[in-house]
Ligand binder design. Structure first.
Ligand SMILES: [Zn+2]
Ligand SMILES: [Zn+2]
Length: 156
């Protein structure tokens, strides 16, 4: 499906094609929490980077987090005026771009189950509302965004 997104001040709008649009993957790591996740987590989707279309490119800044003393290759793109987290792009996986579900204006499908990741980094005050069918991981999950959609027959 075609995902359309924007920042809060509307200086940046974008669209990207996604075969994996279910917002199921909740990340509780400190980088997502501080830069994007007011509720304690952020949700990344997956799109094809070749189809990414951006208006307002000049309003975007990039943040590369330092993780365990090393600067991450992941580029967190955000609006430099209103601070909206837009997407993560990692040159190590150049075919993908990962928009934040919070920046998407298109109605997203409701996931039948969710995956809670990086729970080892979650803040104490964040209550995890995991359902019985959900998967939970202290660190990285055991399947990719694409594999989750394939397992549940939700790839489009
Ligand atoms: Zn903005
Ligand atoms: Zn995270």
């Amino acid at each position: 499906m075609l995902l359309k997104g924007s920042c809060h001040c509307q200086a940046v709008t974008f669209s990207v094609r996604s075969h994996h649009p279910y917002p199921f993957n909740l990340c509780y790591c400190s980088v997502c929490r501080k830069t994007a996740g007011g509720g304690g987590f952020a949700i990344n989707l997956s799109g094809k980077s070749k189809t990414l279309n951006v208006e307002g490119d000049e309003h975007i800044s990039i943040y590369r987090a330092v993780i365990n003393g090393e600067q991450s290759t992941g580029e967190r793109h955000f609006c430099k005026h209103c601070a909206t987290a837009l997407w993560v792009y990692d040159p190590d996986w150049p075919e993908l771009v990962h928009p934040f579900a919070s920046a998407i204006d298109t109605d997203l499908p409701i996931p039948p189950e969710r995956t809670h990741i990086m729970l080892g980094s979650r803040a104490d005050w964040v209550e995890v509302s995991a359902q019985p069918q959900d998967k939970c991981f202290d660190e990285y999950p055991d399947e990719s965004l694409a594999e989750w959609h394939q397992r549940l027959g939700l790839e489009s």
